[in-house]
Design a protein around this ligand. Sequence first.
Ligand code: GDP
Ligand code: MG
Length: 753
Amino acid sequence: MLKICLIGNPNSGKTTLFNNLTKSNARVGNWPGVTVEKREGTIRRKNKDNVQVVDLPGIYSLSPYTDEEVISRNYLISNQSDVVVNIVDATNLERNLYLTSQILEMDVNIVICLNFMDVVDKQGDYIDVEKLSKKFGVPIIPISALKSRNINKLLEECEKVKDNKRKGTSILNQNSNFNKLLKDVSECCVSQDVPSPCFHAIKFLENDELERKEHPFLERDCRSEIEEFKTTSNIENVEQFIAKSRFKIIENMTIDCIDKSYRPAYSFSDKIDKVFTNKYFGIPIFILIMMLVFQITFAEDFFYIGKIFNIDSVPSLGTYLQGLVEKLFELITGGIESGMTNINAPLWSISLINEGIFGAIGAVLSFLPQVLLLFLFIQILENSGYMSRVAFVFDRLLRSFGLSGKSLVPLISCFGCAVPGIMGTRTIESRKEKIITISLTPFFSCSAKLPIYLAFGSVVAGGVLGGAMVAFLIYFGGIFVAILAAFILNNTKYRGASSSFIMELPSYHIPQFKATSLSVLDELKKFMIRAGTLIACSSLVLWFLMNFNWSYSYIGGLDNGMEQSIIGDIGRLIQPIFVPLGFAKGPEGWKFVVAALTGLVAKEQVVASLELLSSSNYDLLLQSLNSAQIFSFLSFNLLTLPCVAAISAAKAELKTKKDFLFVLFVWSLTSYVCSMFIYSFGSLFEISNNYKYGVLEIICLIVSVVIITTLITLSIVYKNKKTNDDDCNNDDNNSSSGTNKKARCMIGCKHCR
Ligand code: GDP
Ligand code: MG
């Protein structure tokens, strides 16, 4: 049986090719000891041997930096396949050939396949495959994994080379001084019976940690050769020399094999993109667009027109619709109440129907128009192709914080709902980056949290800011926290997580009316169903808990009845835990704690619970908090554990219990510390007469500042340590594993080239 393995950069199309080859005959498991996915499959062919295929994890180099790299390297070294199929993204030839140049150094049979040829053709580029193949000395097959082009030819080529005993060669041998050094070190390997001598010799010269550990004799026997090379070539840092030479040689080898002169002139999309994805304008344009969307959806006074011109405020479309829905609910509840009073229905039943059901659901549904409107705008932005640009624009910024645009795509969908967002992290290959991305999902506020911000919009800061501004602040505050958290995680626990981000930007187009309206209708349906089932049920449970005491007698009608109720006792029991966050202070504090905790069921429940717990004094209850307490409450709800649906999605995506518990920890810690900080810091500016900044606030401020600064300082220290190790920007560094970092940077930042 012919055994082949697929190796290449992430996103080069390995999995697409793998699925295409094996159809349904594939097994997915894990590589031993690590949570990196392993795919194995068989190609069954008529009248021919079966072919066994292994899809290796996507990597950029063979230096053992990540789990993925160690796995792929060991797999190749142990020579388990007859043929190594190296998949190269033909649209990014030079970058992909960096890995190829390292595989070529091994004693393995290689077939290179140039994938994405359909895209190359579409762009009007021409690649001289034959010439390239001659230069690299191995067969190269142009394919399109997606369009199933030339796949059989690839298999035929594998069949041809499978019995070759190819010896590794390096493209670096073009430099005569280095070639001599390489020969000496390789011979040293040969004398000790090390297989793939060329590969190991170069890894040793690259200062590869694993190599030095595995073959300590090299250090002992080849020292004088290295010193000699350094003096004759006047080179201080051999490792850096290798990294640079690799890129330079690859560039020289490919330059006359690609012809891009046939590219068509700029298309309409390209022209728009010049502005929308511009280095400087991209992010401000995005912020402006979002500002406009928020104003249309949430503003009580559209762009502050009323205030500016001193006239009646002009409600935005969203606010106007919300008013209509609210009136409708008032009519319904009013009618029911008078109807039930007329027929002398018992007091508890009026309370049950009016407060327990209609009050709670109404509090949620009144925000439906705004939720749908925001959803519609996000859909339009997504379907028009703009959201892909946002991922692209932020990629550059986020990369320095350890996130890539690849994680941004699922994160953006979290603005709708965290569940599909978390499921979308499946496309992220690196385990570390996946954990970081899932940790950030709640910080991208889902639409169910909107009603919470809007409910407080007219209360906070005396209503000066308004709902649109509060929602806007919270949304961008969440993004800010996400960036900070990514930075901390990426530099401490999950170092080196950031992976590549290659994305074909789709052309702009006008969103299809049918598709967009269908998805809005779908959202409407989901929202109504949730309100009618989940929210209604948990509101009923809450209504029961707040109207009955432990001996199950109805105390709802009594003064202070709620204080003596079951939920009153429970609430006061857990209240002290949340006192440092401010919103739990005071006699009514426990109600906010209970409301926030009921948000675990579904985030809309927070507003429904507040409405219930306020016993018809909704506005009064909300106004019992000052602005610092409100922002603390809002940020707690934003940052803390998402609803159970999202939590279980995260559990399903994270393969181990340890990772899952860690993510829960991140959510709890972030929300607690941020809210504590917001409360204690914000209270410094509280000017109302009856407010006093006390010992509690001082302690909270100190504790939260200490925690936040410690985490940030630790991250900066680690980050600097890392960049000292291998900073690709700096040509004069004393790097120890610079090759690797350079490979990474080729993908990340073009300016590093
Ligand atoms: P992997 O990370 O190497 O496993 O890459 P995937 O197989 O997941 O492919 C990454 C993306 O590239 C997917 O969206 C594929 O649909 C797309 N893709 C893969 N091969 C081709 C191809 O030949 N042509 C085009 N146009 N897209 C491709
Ligand atoms: Mg894959």
